[in-house]
Design a protein around this ligand. Sequence first.
Ligand SMILES: *Cc1c(COP(=O)(O)O)cnc(C)c1O
Length: 468
Amino acid sequence: MNENIKSMCDHLREQAEDYALMEQAKEYALEYMRGVQDRSVFPNDETISNLEVFRESLNDEPSDPYDVIRILHEFGSPATVAQTGGRYFGFVCGGIAPAALAAKWISDTWDQNAGMYVMSPVAGVIEDVCEKWLVELLGLPGGTAAGFVGGSCTATLCALAAGRNSLLDQLGYDVSKKGLFGAPEIKVVLGEGAHSTIYKALSILGLGSERIITVPTDEQGRIRAYAVPELDTRTLLILQAGNVNSGAYDDFAALCKKAREAGAWIHIDGAFGLWAAASKRLGHLVKGAELADSWSIDAHKTLNAPYDNGIVFCRNRDALVNALQMSGSYIVYSENRDGMIYTLDMSRRGRIFELWATLKSLGKKGTEELVDDLHDKAVYFAAALRDNGFQIKNDVCFNQILLSLGDSDSTEKALKLVQDSGECWCGGSKWEGQSVIRVSVCSYRTTYEDIDRSVAAFAAAKEKALSK
Ligand SMILES: *Cc1c(COP(=O)(O)O)cnc(C)c1O
């Protein structure tokens, strides 16, 4: 063996013990954090065109790790969307809770594989703990199982797989063995306002997107209860806690009761809205949601946990595990928690440490106050926009605001001007056939001052959009 020639592994080992590299990374990160409130919320054209530096062919020779992180910071940081600042209202996102960010830094150095207990006892134990905390916090039935996944999209896929298999199983058909060829038909019922990720999950699960029974919704986006077809033991009913546009909630008390009596499987997409269950003031919105069979929710939205933290809940633990087993319908519980039996993945990062840190740092009371605060700020924001001549198209029942200038053309113009201002950022959508602007108040970083500043940007945009 040649002692003088260093292999790549030798170089990497040296780098791993060069703590100054990590100090440098920390400096860059802190610089970003210090500047995020004052910069343009959306990256400007120049910073986006600078991203061209990344479009190079892969270097033959290794790069200096200091160069690697410098390039990322120099060109990557300015081209990020300032989502962790206080004036980002796009889609339904959320900030990053400080304790969770810090926990993420620490647990990144652990690089745990949360697939199985034997790979990471600490991940297994903390997943167990968070499952119990969340079930209680959200008022779900005792014993409900949780799987910790990337987001609601995956959570929905897992939940609907459990629902599909469970319904078919009750009809005497083992779909994990026989596949869908020749399976009894099951009926999928959902509201017109169902999120696109539901359709994605249904199509992956072989339930199609065209055979779905779509129930009309009211002016807020809630399922019209009288239009729900007959439900039975072959029905998968998908409801919504928080319409992605209006934030509206289906009438769970009525719909879940009816569906339960009929023997249907009920899934609730509660990506951001199910968190209302943690609030005494807003809990009425989710009354009856505990009657469902499965739920999907995102901690990276309302709870302000870091990406990516979604959760699938299933009332019947066996149904969830059975659907996600790698070996057909054989439930294998070990003495300790193996996270992979509740999710699609086997190897999985330890996202649970961030979720735990978020919950632990907030506590029950802090979570409730966070949820209430986001709602109060959305109500304030909507009132200020109305005072400035915008039409508010929805009841601001939670944290979503839909606004317009009356016609699609002016609304789209105003939206573009707001986006280009750099003062704040929000997206657009369609509501009742018209273009609307959608504002989501989802970050603890948003202050009343941030809202006033954003409203001023809206007012200026309106002025300009309506001139000539
Ligand atoms: C965000 C959202 C989803 C998708 O969640 P991801 O975490 O992006 O996968 C599904 N449904 C609703 C209502 C949402 O708001």
